[in-house]
Design a protein around this ligand. Sequence first.
Ligand SMILES: O=C(O)CCC(=O)C(=O)O
Length: 335
Amino acid sequence: MRDFLDSTALMGDGPALAARLRRDGYLFLRGLLPGAAVLEVRRRLLEKAAAGGWLDRAHPVEAGIADPAAACKDPEERYMTVFRGIWADEALHRLRTHPAVLALFGRMFGEPALAHPMFVQRNIFPQSESFDFTTGAHQDKVHIGGATSHALWVPLGDCPREKGALAVAAGSHHAGVLETRVGGGAGGMDISVPIPGEWVSGAFEAGDALIFSDTTVHRALPNRSPEIRLSFDARYQPASQPVAETNMRPYSGCGTWEEVYAGWSSDDQQYYWKALSPVVVPLDRSHYERRDRMAFAMAESGDATARDALLRIAQRDPDEAKRRRAEGLLRGLGA
Ligand SMILES: O=C(O)CCC(=O)C(=O)O
């Protein structure tokens, strides 16, 4: 797999960045965020991971070495118990609204950028024979909805390929929204057709960032290191365009904004989006409905690969009857 094309030299030129993003579907930028700020967030999150029992006590917390016996994943309850405190971290939230990030998207959009209030923070335990949560090839559009948005993927600390760096299929965004099947990794909706474009990836240092469009196919490389791979991915769009309501809430399972902000030491960046008066629209749920029908059919025929999708339905679907059905099928699969 070839290295990302480095677009750092274009960082100050919004129209040139936008043109390259339109052409390739991604931008790799070194040092978009100050490395020290990223490492400080890493330190804060690792303290919480250690307190939650995720780390190997034989190593310093800063090394981030996982305790394999603690391996867990979103949305399992033992993951969420620790994750809620991690996701609420105020320094983490401020990283995705860092002035350098908002200014970059503003330059590209030619208008103020809205950072979606909802964003994802990921803690990917090392891959092993008994554990794998490697993100499969997917597009974000089906999850994010609304107007065209762009993702910012930032590893919290250095992230060589073998620690599970992200890879994108350059040029794949030109093909529009592709067919999906039930997948095991994040989101549970993987591409089911041949993927257009060329896969590229690279080694990230603290502060480096990857931007990609909501129809750019991307996936993670497996985490073959002994460390937990910490990262966040947030989404941005021109503030004048509609945003799906699901992006206005805290991350699923993390409570209300009041609960998230309750432990903050300052109100800096709380409810920052209100000043932009975003136009909020419903999420087009048809992609989830299709995935869920497939997951139910798979589970009914005893296919345990539907488990992660069923867990998401059981914990997150707004329809109670679907949540119950997913719970029943999970019991049937022995989960
Ligand atoms: O970090 C990962 O493993 C997946 C990230 C991703 O899918 C995204 O940023 O949209």
